[in-house]
Ligand binder design. Structure first.
Ligand code: PLP
Length: 369
């Protein structure tokens, strides 16, 4: 029996188990010293020591970050439609309006020209997504924001360690959110990290995550319980010591997949922009829209290889979000949603697995010709 190759696989080792045990034995498990240490270590590791605030999920981080930056009813925030729904949900949850724009086809990230065209007097900021681990076109988005006096908010959920001309994602604007969900490039079980462009925004996030309090029982504003526990932070701290090696393995796996799939008719391998460091949260190819289901099925049934489609329905077409974009058409987004296919690239792949994936894709695409 050949072993099934899953589309994603979190890696949890003895060190993570020992760290959780240490916290459990301490008897202090809610937000405390582990969270504070995780915030400092994450800041040093990824965002040049920026202010950080840990929360209980990436979505909470995005929501509280927007609230902390003063986004609310009457404001518009420009977002790509081709992303996980959390991006737009976090905007809508503040009372602001998510304004959906198209992507550019090479990197699946927010299209600068589309951003320009979507700006109105109500636009407060731009929330680009570093989708699949590839940074959005940072210089162009920065220039637009500067020209129009707009804020930058980053969705870096999938992009721990990615960078643009040496500038790490998570350092570009008012705040950025990193997700620590199990399938992301590193995990704390569930969790999120907000990296902030100012001490004020960081303080606001910390107050909002804790019922609106800095001093206990002196609630300043109406807040949430979005705290991370020390148990989760302890897992995250261990994962921080491993994530660079995992990223290097993802990049090596991606290079091997691209070499193996090069020239295979019906497949377009991922492109990387000049100046971008891609951390391959996903290794996403394009295939013929009409062939995608058959390819996925054959990979799964005949070759025991998992795959994923991120995301099959663009945000502006979702029942929950379509009211923000009645009748909107975003051609590149819709084309991508029909064509993308993510193959396993995670660091648990063995060398033989890459060969199996390439051989299977060659057989499956050849069988369809
Ligand atoms: C995972 C993800 C989120 C949300 O993060 P959670 O930790 O799952 O709440 C937001 N945006 C994108 C692009 C994501 O992939």
């Amino acid at each position: 029996m050949v072993e099934f190759i899953p589309a994603a696989k979190p890696i949890i080792g003895d060190e993570e188990r020992a760290a959780v045990d240490r916290v459990l034995r301490s008897g202090m498990i809610a937000q405390g010293p582990e969270v504070a240490a995780f915030e400092r270590e994450f800041a040093e590791h990824f965002v040049n020591g920026r202010e950080t605030a840990a929360v209980n999920s990436g979505t909470s981080g995005q929501h509280l970050g927007l609230l902390a930056a003063g986004v609310g009813a009457g404001d518009e925030v420009i977002v790509p439609s081709f992303t996980f729904a959390a991006t737009a949900n976090s905007v809508a949850l503040t009372g602001a309006t998510p304004v959906f724009v198209d992507i550019e086809p090479d990197y699946f990230t927010i299209a600068p020209d589309a951003v320009r065209a979507a700006i109105t007097p109500r636009t407060k900021g731009i929330m680009g997504v570093h989708l699949y681990g590839h940074p959005y076109l940072v210089d162009e988005i920065d220039a637009i924001a500067q020209e129009h006096g707009l804020a930058i908010y980053e969705d870096a959920a999938q992009a721990h360690g990615a960078s643009w001309n040496g500038r790490p994602v998570g350092t570009y604007g008012d705040f950025a959110m990193f997700s620590l969900y199990p399938t992301k490039n590193m995990t704390s079980g569930e969790g999120g990290m907000v990296t902030c462009g100012s001490a004020e925004i960081a303080r606001n996030v910390r107050v909002l995550r804790n019922q609106g309090m800095e001093k206990q029982y002196e609630n300043e504003v109406i807040g949430f319980n979005a705290r991370m526990t020390d148990i989760h932070a302890a897992i995250g701290r261990v994962q921080l010591t491993k994530v660079d090696a995992w990223t290097a393995q993802r990049q090596a796996n991606a290079a091997a997949l691209t070499a193996g799939l090069a020239g295979l008719a019906g497949v377009q391998t991922p492109k990387v922009a000049e100046g971008a460091v891609h951390v391959y949260h996903q290794y996403t190819i394009r295939v013929d829209a009409g062939e995608r289901d058959r390819i996925r099925q054959a990979l799964n049934d005949e070759h025991q290889i998992g795959s994923g489609v991120y995301y099959p329905i663009p945000n502006h077409r979702l029942p929950s979000l379509t009211r923000f974009a009645p009748g909107l058409e975003l051609p590149e987004t819709e084309k991508a949603a029909a064509e993308v296919l993510s193959l396993p690239v995670h660091p648990s792949l063995a060398e033989g697995d890459i060969e199996r994936i390439v051989t299977a894709m060659t057989a499956v695409l050849g069988a369809g010709a």
